[in-house]
Design a protein. Structure first.
Length: 238
């Protein structure tokens, strides 16, 4: 990167520019001001516009806008790194105090040279900053993957919990069915035994009646059949 990588920069409260810096002439301030007026006033975000082989980069936070115009060859990450560095310094110096009441371009003398130093620092350390940004991006990616895996693990845990609950329910139902089956088998066994006892009792009574009757009347002598043409006479022995 060369010293011409950053063309123009400013800090604004709303649409009022409080401090600006440039070493070049041209219509960059006018275009940057037009972009500033089109920015959403109530959002904290980062914006980049392209125009005539240059990028107009903005960081908007808490009602303040930080801008840098850079050559198209300068990566967006480097431009944003400059704006974040400038924003941190400006907030530290003027946040919650002088910046809230300052009038248009009243901080040029104080903060203009500071903006120049920040530009020089970013240009001189661009390679190291890009490496650091890549590492941070990788860390952020790994963090996102880990969070996603944690969410999936939590979902699996919930599914396992649901499965465990269903398994417990099925186990309880199986035990209930087993208990009911045992009760039914016992009831049927008792009924079967009752029937057997009744049958045995009836059979016992029948045998006792036969024996008593035989003892009372004695043996029965059945008449023999007589010869043909004769009548059979039955004689009973008492």
């Amino acid at each position: 990167m060369t010293q011409e990588s950053f063309i123009y920069s400013f800090v604004a409260r709303g649409t009022m520019i409080l401090a600006e810096y440039t070493e070049f002439t041209g219509n960059f301030p006018a275009i940057a001001t037009q972009c500033l007026q089109r920015l959403p006033s109530s959002s904290n975000n980062k914006f980049t516009y392209n125009c005539d082989h240059h990028t107009f980069n903005f960081v908007v936070e808490e009602g303040y806008a930080y801008c840098v115009v850079a050559k198209e060859s300068v990566s967006k990450q480097i431009s944003i790194a400059f704006l974040e560095r400038m924003k941190t310094d400006f907030t530290k110096r003027y946040g919650g105090g002088k910046a809230d009441t300052a009038i248009a371009k009243s901080l040029n003398k104080e903060f203009g040279p500071v903006m120049k130093e920040h530009m020089k620092y970013i240009i001189d350390h661009a390679e190291e900053i890009e490496k650091l940004l890549k590492v941070k991006a990788q860390v952020s990616e790994v963090k996102s993957i880990m969070l996603e895996n944690i969410d999936k693990a939590i979902d699996r845990g919930e599914n396992l919990t649901n499965l465990a609950d269903k398994t417990e329910t099925l186990r309880n139902e199986a035990q209930s069915f087993k208990k009911i089956g045992t009760q039914i088998r016992r009831k049927m066994w008792y009924q079967n035994m009752k029937i057997k006892l009744v049958v045995l009792a009836l059979l016992g009574r029948g045998v006792s009646a036969d024996v008593g009757w035989e003892r009372e009347i004695g043996p029965v002598c059945w008449p023999k059949t007589m010869a043909a043409g004769e009548y059979a006479l039955a004689s009973w022995s008492w």
